[in-house]
Design a binder for this molecule. Sequence first.
Ligand code: PLP
Length: 306
Amino acid sequence: MAAEQPNVTVHLRHVRENVRQIGRRTCVGVIAVVKADAYGLGAKRVAAAIAEEVDGFYVFNLAEAVEAELASLGKPVIALRGDAAEANEFIAARVRPVVWTAERAASLRSARPILAVDTGQQRFACRAEHIAAAIAAGKIDDAFTHATRIDQIADFAALTDAYALRRHAAGTALLDEPSARFDAVRPGLALYDGAVTVTAPLLDARDSRGPAGYSGFEVPRFGLISAGYSHGLRPGPAMVNGRPTRILEVGMQTSFVELAASDRTGDPVTLLGDGVSLTDIAPAWGCSPQQVLVNLCRLGNRVYVD
Ligand SMILES: *Cc1c(COP(=O)(O)O)cnc(C)c1O
């Protein structure tokens, strides 16, 4: 039955081209955020494909870095957390931990910790009044903030200008903001945008006999695909046979798609890529493009092309 399942195709060359474009656009190095299995694309494959183009990698926790074998790629790796991991575990994994208190900076000092500065998120980041102590305690030479607004960038600059630090701040949201660039940018989503195609074959295509589904939607013709809300799908835009269409209603494991007279069982419905972008889908889902990407990548088995 595998042929009924959605296909998730990851275009590694497109990820690589995104990295190059970001580098040209920002004129600084790129620290590639490959947390959460590279937003669903697969951290090991993605990281290997872009290792030569990036200044380093960023993950949420140490286990992710180990799992994806990031250290073997020869670029610096940053992990926000390591649960109760101690300095020697970070050193053994060749991963630099993030710190946000003087105490944590001191205990992880030998692992060359990186300071996260709080500019408003109020999580995993150092408050202004503790920055000097943390920098001294950890012999810190690298600092960042996780920000989405320009006023946060100004705060970060003011809080860190007095120290000799490599600094990075901009994720995808602030890539076009020169003041947010410092010594490197740290995007996630922008690396993956446009690099994934998700399609699902029509299990069935039929002319409607009246109100259909749970919601009683009414369209002349519809079909079903093998993906539902238990897999993370939601109603929104799609494409079929080169035409825009809609996922009308999402059930537990299957969903209804609006069709035209010429659409047939077996035809592929495009859920992402080829005319359906993350930014088209996100408003329909009422969530971020990052969340759309992570959910859609989970719908089927990943296939890589380069
Ligand atoms: C997730 C994350 C990013 C990347 O965010 P995007 O908006 O996807 O570019 C950058 N920095 C940190 C600390 C993050 O946690």
